[in-house]
Design a protein around this ligand. Structure first.
Ligand code: SAM
Length: 231
């Protein structure tokens, strides 16, 4: 990051309003429920206790949390999305509290969550490393980060195209700040999490620019894991 954007992020005022993208994504997430819902279920299965969901969008995940979850705190900076999330919270099967804020400056005490959920959001945070550091900070030792994210392609040609779309600003402009060329799982590991589960998925046609997606889980330091199946 550089220039005025960096100043904004440092003051915790990252760009929040993406009114056109927010409306588009709200519809898209409803239309893709049948295809993506099964992975959203898997993303959340087995969670318990106090859970933080960053970039909760319209609250599409809320109805899928298992009853073992005591409370979901859902962070959402975009005003249109946040309103939708507040609405979804009223019919959720578990207690959900929707909060304004950004991932790089989490308004929560350290070690205050049993788990954190990032679903299709780490591509959009302006400073990925800062967001991951914050997630580590608020997770209790051994707490789990569950992720469902699209990542940089393995194919060099596609990865080059993804980088080009990001660097020219075309993809972030179209996608409400999204970046399609991030090596997100590598960044999760570099932030000190132990990635112990991940599966590669494709939503829609496999050639589409935001495929592949990765769904998985990583543990915050404090819990030793004998083997890591990914990264
Ligand atoms: C593609 S949507 C995904 C929404 C939802 N998590 C889902 O699975 O459908 C990305 C969301 O991340 C939010 N977001 C963008 N930048 C963020 C940031 N810095 N901190 C937290 N959330 C952010 C956006 O407002 C948007 O709601």
């Amino acid at each position: 990051m550089d220039g005025p954007r960096e100043d904004l992020a440092q003051r915790g005022c990252e760009e929040r309003r993406h009114p056109i993208f927010a409306r588009f994504f709200d519809r898209l997430s409803r239309c893709s429920e049948r295809e993506v819902g099964v992975y959203r279920d898997r993303l959340l299965e087995g969670l318990y206790g106090r859970v933080l969901e960053v970039g909760a969008g319209n609250g599409v995940n809320f109805g899928r949390y298992p009853p073992t979850v005591e409370e979901v705190v859902a962070l959402e900076p975009e005003p249109f999305m946040r309103k939708k999330a507040q609405c979804a919270a009223t019919t959720a099967p578990v207690a959900v509290r929707v909060v304004d804020g950004v991932a790089s400056r989490l308004p929560f005490e350290s070690s205050s969550f049993d788990a954190a959920v990032a679903s299709l959001v780490l591509c959009s945070v302006p400073d990925l490393d800062a967001a991951l550091m914050e997630l580590r900070r608020v997770l209790a030792d051994g707490g789990e980060l569950r992720f469902l994210e699209h990542v940089r392609a393995d194919s060099p040609v596609k990865a080059r195209l993804q980088r080009l779309l990001d660097r020219t600003g075309i993809w972030p402009l179209l996608g409400g700040g999204c970046h399609c060329s991030r090596s997100t799982i590598g960044a999760v590991a570099a932030a000190g999490f132990r990635v112990h589960e991940c599966e590669s998925l494709a939503f829609g046609p496999s050639w589409w620019i935001t495929n592949p997606h990765m769904r998985g889980a990583a543990l915050a330091p404090g819990e030793a894991l004998a083997n890591s199946s990914c990264v």
